[in-house]
Each structure stands twice: as C-alpha cells, then as structure tokens.
Design a protein around this ligand. Structure first.
Ligand SMILES: Cc1cc2nc3c(=O)[nH]c(=O)nc-3n(C[C@H](O)[C@H](O)[C@H](O)COP(=O)(O)OP(=O)(O)OC[C@H]3O[C@@H](n4cnc5c(N)ncnc54)[C@H](O)[C@@H]3O)c2cc1C
Ligand code: SF4
Length: 330
C-alpha cells in the first residue's frame, strides 16, 4: 500500500474543510471497503479523514414520525434499533443480510451507500474498466457478467450496486443529507445515484468533497408491513445476485399502497415504480403480483449469462407480495 496521511475529525466543519482544500483526501468510515480498495491500488488517496468520531452517530424519530439516521451509525446499530425494526422491518432485514457481523460492527451508513461495485474487472487494475479509468472500455459486456445488471445499464458499464441497505432505503424514499465547505444540501435517494450513461465513473450527484451527514426516512405506515429477501450464491455472507425490498397495504382485498425496490439488478438500488403502479387499486392476488413483476421487468435487457435474473426477480417479487398480502389481511 502507498503511504497516506491520516487524521481523525472531531467536527463536521473541520472535516469538510480538509476535503474542500485537498481533492486527494477521502473520508474514512469503517474502512471496510475503502481500505480494501487502497490495498489493491484501485483507490489511492493521499489523506484519510476519519469521520467515525463525528457527532453523527444517532438515530432520532423526526417530528413528522419518520427517522433520521446519522451517517456514522454502524450497520449493526441501525439494524438493532427498535424504531427501525418496528417502523421499517425490511431495513433491518436488509442490513442483517449484508456482510458479516464483524463487518457490520465497523461499516457505517454513509460508507455503505458509497461502497463501490464488486465487478471483478473494476477490482483488477491490470484490466480495463470505464468506471475505474474512464474511456478504457468495459470488458464485462463480452466477458464475465453473470452477476451484472439487467436494468438501466449501458454499453459503457453493466456493473451493479452491491448495497443491501440501499435497496430498503430506496423503497422508503430516503433522503441523503450532506455538507460541503460551501454549505448543506440534500438529495433524494432516487436522484442520489447518477444514471450510468457514458460516465460510469461519476456515480452520485454529491458535490466534490461532500460529507454525508444523515439519511432521513419520511413516515410511511405501509413500511411496517415490509420484508427484504436476498438471493445469494451461498448461505454464508455473500453479495446478492438479486434482492427485493417490498411493503404493501391491503384493505378489503385491494392493494392500497405498495413500495418495491430491487437490488443487484442495476447500478443503483432500483425503485420498481412500474410494478408499484400496476399494483395500486388492484385485487391482492397472484395474477396482479405477476403482472406487476412483468411490468417492471419488461425493461430488462439481460446479457447472455445473466438472463437467469429475469425469472429469478419475477419469482422473488411475486413470492414477497404474496407473503406480504397474506400478512396484511391476517
Ligand atoms: C467480505 C465483505 C462482504 C460484504 N458483503 C456485503 C453485502 O452482502 N451487502 C452489502 O450491502 N455490503 C456488503 N459489504 C460491504 C460493506 O457493507 C461495505 O464495505 C460497508 O458498508 C462500507 O462502509 P464503511 O463505513 O466501512 O465505508 P468505508 O470503506 O469507510 O468507505 C466507503 C466509501 O464511502 C466514503 N465515505 C464513508 N463515509 C462517508 C461519509 N459519511 N460521507 C461521505 N463519504 C463517506 C469513503 O470515502 C469511501 O469512498 C461487504 C464487505 C466485505 C468486505
Ligand atoms: S461493468 Fe462497469 S465496473 Fe465492470 S468492467 Fe465494465 S465498466 Fe468496469
């Protein structure tokens, strides 16, 4: 590993001032992704600003009944928080489905959202990769793409975002709060990750040097009846090959509200708006759920080796909706 500077930030304004003045500096959360990437030469920051002791480690119920989650809350503390478990059970399940207990104890909310793709070409610096080195090419399209994107990708990059937590946050309309040396801002999660297009190296809408300070979840009564399901290649810890966060409200046999987001299918947690639209006002039954899944997956453009994801996601969406609808009517 190359030499780098390290400092521990004690206040937000000091932390953002360092990154505002030094484009080669990076924030360090739990380090569970950044340090790994530094070891293999994918990331080469000159300076790390450790944010773990900033006063951003609280989870609060907001005045309107939502939740505000500090950016340095660990994944373990987020999953265990009683209000998260009660109001957004799919979020707890998503976080617990990610990584291992040891990693979750270190990993932070901000770092989880900004973790990089696990595409094998991205992490192999001997190979070209448009995300790591703009304009160098995307070998995954013709090569190894078994676990890659079926939605929203481009010929320039077909990698998926690996976060489980982000999928549940997308389903529940999370808003990311940030701060730079120029002031505060916020981005809805729906706009947080940029479309791939021909700039896969530009992953988010965050301004340069922005520190994520919190993630806010608006109140969503439907989220109390929610679930996260992850398909992976082994039962021990592994990234998803497909996942779904879903919530439904059923009254008198009709779907009144629905939230669905998909994981491991796109460069960002994928909010399934077409599926949601196909559910609202329809009878809560198998044919409706299948039609909703088909409405979303009609846009899928799989590559030869990841076609399996289309039926996998269809089955997963239908299974979760069936399960939730029966819970809602019990
Ligand atoms: C073996 C293994 C298995 C894993 N399995 C899963 C899995 O199944 N599902 C899953 O979702 N994840 C998984 N992960 C990923 C893990 O969840 C991430 O590494 C972790 O969430 C990153 O959080 P961190 O705080 O350690 O981030 P760091 O590694 O510290 O940082 C990641 C990035 O975020 C930036 N950053 C950190 N905090 C902030 C902030 N507040 N503001 C702005 N920028 C910030 C850093 O500069 C860096 O660019 C796995 C990781 C490993 C090593
Ligand atoms: S899929 Fe994206 S991350 Fe993977 S090689 Fe292609 S450009 Fe790089």
């Amino acid at each position: 590993m190359r030499e780098f500077g390290y400092e521990r930030a004690s206040d937000v304004s000091g932390a953002v001032a360092v990154l505002g003045a030094d484009p080669e500096a990076r924030f360090l959360g739990g380090g569970t992704n950044l340090v790994d990437l530094m070891k293999i030469g994918v990331e080469r920051p000159a300076r790390l600003v450790d944010v773990r002791e900033l006063p951003l480690g609280e989870i609060e119920v907001t005045a309107d009944g939502g939740l505000r989650i500090g950016a340095t809350v660990t994944n373990s503390d987020l999953a265990a928080h009683p209000e998260v478990r009660r109001r957004y059970p799919a979020l707890t399940q998503a976080v617990l489905a990610g990584a291992s207990g040891q990693l979750r104890n270190m990993a932070t909310v901000g770092g989880n959202l900004l973790q990089r793709t696990r595409c094998g070409y991205f992490t192999d610096v001997s190979k070209p990769c448009n995300k790591r080195e703009p304009g160098s090419g995307c070998p995954a399209v013709e090569g190894e793409h078994r676990n890659h994107a079926i939605l929203g990708a481009s010929e320039h990059c077909v990698a998926v975002h690996p976060s489980d937590m982000g999928v549940a946050l997308a389903a529940f309309d999370a808003v990311v709060e940030y701060e730079t040396a120029d002031g505060k801002g916020e981005l809805a999660l729906a706009d947080f990750y940029r479309p791939v297009g021909d700039t896969p190296h530009l992953e988010t809408g965050l301004p340069a040097g922005a520190l994520i300070t919190a993630v806010t979840l608006p109140p969503a009564p439907v989220a109390a009846n929610s679930v996260y399901r992850k398909v992976r290649e082994r039962a021990s810890y592994a990234f998803a090959i497909g996942s779904v966060a879903a919530a439904v409200d059923v009254q008198d046999g009709v779907v009144r509200d629905a939230r669905i987001a998909l994981g491991a299918v796109a460069s960002r947690p994928w909010r399934a708006r077409a599926a949601e639209a196909a559910l609202i006002g329809q009878p809560a039954e198998g044919a409706t759920f299948a039609a909703a899944a088909d409405a979303e997956l009609a846009a899928a453009k799989p590559l030869p080796d990841n076609r399996y994801k289309v039926p996998l996601m269809r089955n997963l969406i239908v299974a979760l909706l069936t399960e939730l609808a029966s819970e809602a009517t019990r």
